[in-house]
Design a protein around this ligand. Structure first.
Ligand SMILES: NC(=O)c1ccc[n+]([C@@H]2O[C@H](COP(=O)([O-])OP(=O)(O)OC[C@H]3O[C@@H](n4cnc5c(N)ncnc54)[C@H](OP(=O)(O)O)[C@@H]3O)[C@@H](O)[C@H]2O)c1
Length: 421
């Protein structure tokens, strides 16, 4: 039986979940994972009334955890700069690191991995993407023989919870409050609803699949806060639903990275994953398309991912770091050069000739219309016009949006890209 002495830094939601899971599932970790985990020390700047650490030594300064006789520092404090400092210090002191922190890996991954290689230790981060749902080792180990061409996923549970509820007729703001009440969303939900959290995760997956850097160069990120519940009704009438999708793609020598809302076919695999579930679709040359879904947040799920890293560490024979270090600069295609079909919902004054003036703006911008439907009138003499376009590029999309908004009769316009492949 292998054994590992660990120090846990942070004493919040995930850390206490890990502590409890190691106690509760001690025997199955031993029998399934061939591992005896000893928690030697916890770095907690204050007590957590929800969890009693028993006899385990507590350090009030998390950096003091590193000075103990431990094999692994488990970083569960979150955030970027202090976490980076802590991880680098642990590495320089020849401790392996396990972290659930997507933000620090996204922003400082390459620096951290280089330092780990230099010091002959490993940095593992399975639960940083989709918590315990196994995606990191799937990409790096199980799919090692494959060429991955696309990863597309709903990587933020809060966004999926909100969008699934809006699909059932709820308003954005009331659903966001419900997500906060249920503990799915942070008191400050900006990272979730503005797409940053999903962007961190797809940046990490892209680095594993395609060798792009951490941090990656700038890429397009858009959240879900501008979507309205009526958009679901209009989308569903034509066989689509709305999801927040993060995409990393390599096609014909072009790398693509983006995270934004999309209309996707309501019969697709990802469309049918509701509530807080995370789901990922991976396109490969040998296995074809692979789907994985599971809980992307929560104490138990994240503890499961952290423990899988500990089991891997203990049972791996190699002494060298397996972290992928970017050696060449890979550039992404400019988002403005990508082409999509688009859904437009244009709210205009119900005046004679309004449909004609709107459709002529599309033809002046050389954008083909696949369908155009005037919907039931809204209050204040406003009529929604829903348009599905042919494919055209993002640069023209921005110009077209401005031109539509410049029409006197137009009160509001929303557009959402359609994910077709
Ligand atoms: N929650 C999830 O479902 C989930 C899922 C996947 C990954 N993760 C990741 O897991 C990590 C931890 O998340 P969490 O939900 O457990 O957060 P949390 O409940 O807010 O806990 C964070 C803990 O770290 C401590 N801490 C923060 N900054 C510190 C500092 N500068 N010095 C010392 N202690 C510090 C906090 O202490 P105080 O209480 O004193 O502030 C708290 O004990 C994050 O990186 C998160 O992204 C979480």
């Amino acid at each position: 039986m292998k054994s590992l002495k660990i120090g846990i830094c942070g004493w919040g939601n995930v850390a206490t979940g890990l502590f409890n899971t190691i106690k509760l599932n001690y025997e199955s970790i031993q029998s399934n994972g061939n591992l005896d985990i000893e928690i030697v020390v916890i770095g907690a700047r204050r007590d957590n009334p929800k969890c009693n650490p028993g006899e385990v030594k507590i350090e009030r300064n998390i950096f003091d955890v590193i000075d103990h006789e431990i094999d692994v520092v488990v970083e569960l404090i979150g955030g970027v700069e202090v976490a980076r400092e802590l991880i680098l210090k642990a590495i320089k002191n020849k401790k392996h690191v396990v972290t659930a922190n997507k933000a620090v890996i996204f922003h400082h991954g390459d620096e951290i991995f280089k330092e780990a290689a230099k010091n002959g230790v490993k940095v593992l981060f399975e639960s940083s993407v989709c918590a315990g749902t196994p995606i990191i080792k799937l990409l790096t180990e199980e799919l090692a023989a494959n060429k991955v061409t696309k990863i597309a996923g709903m990587l933020n549970g809060t966004s999926n919870f909100i969008l699934s509820n809006m699909e059932e007729g709820a308003e954005f703001s009331s659903t966001l409050h419900l997500a906060q009440k249920e503990g799915y969303a942070e008191p400050d939900p900006t990272f979730d609803i503005e797409g940053t959290d999903a962007a961190h995760k797809i940046g990490i997956l892209s680095s594993l699949a395609f060798g792009t850097s951490l941090p990656p160069e700038d890429f397009y990120i858009e959240g879900i806060s501008k979507i309205e519940k009526i958009d679901f009704k209009y989308a569903m009438e034509i066989g689509y639903t709305i999801k927040h999708l993060a995409v990393a793609k390599f096609n014909n020598g072009i790398y693509e990275l983006r995270a934004h809302p999309v209309l996707i076919s309501d019969s697709s695999y990802l469309a049918n994953l509701k509530s807080v579930r995370n789901g990922i679709e991976i396109e490969t040359d040998l296995l074809g398309t692979l789907h994985i879904a599971g809980s992307g947040a929560g104490q138990e799920s994240t503890a499961s991912g952290v423990i899988s890293d500990l089991v891997y560490l203990a049972n791996s024979n190699e002494s060298i770091s397996k972290n992928k270090i970017t050696t060449k600069k890979i550039e992404f295609i400019d988002f403005l050069d990508l082409t999509f079909k688009y859904y437009f919902c244009i709210e205009a004054e119900d005046l004679p000739g309004v449909m004609t003036s709107i459709s002529s703006i599309f033809s002046e911008n050389k954008v083909g219309i696949d369908s155009i439907v005037q919907k039931e009138e809204l209050p204040d003499n406003v009529v929604p016009i829903v348009i599905i376009t042919d494919s055209f590029n993002e640069r023209n999309h921005r110009e077209l949006l401005n031109n539509i908004l410049n029409l006197d009769s137009v009160k509001n316009v929303r557009s959402i890209r359609i994910e077709t492949d």
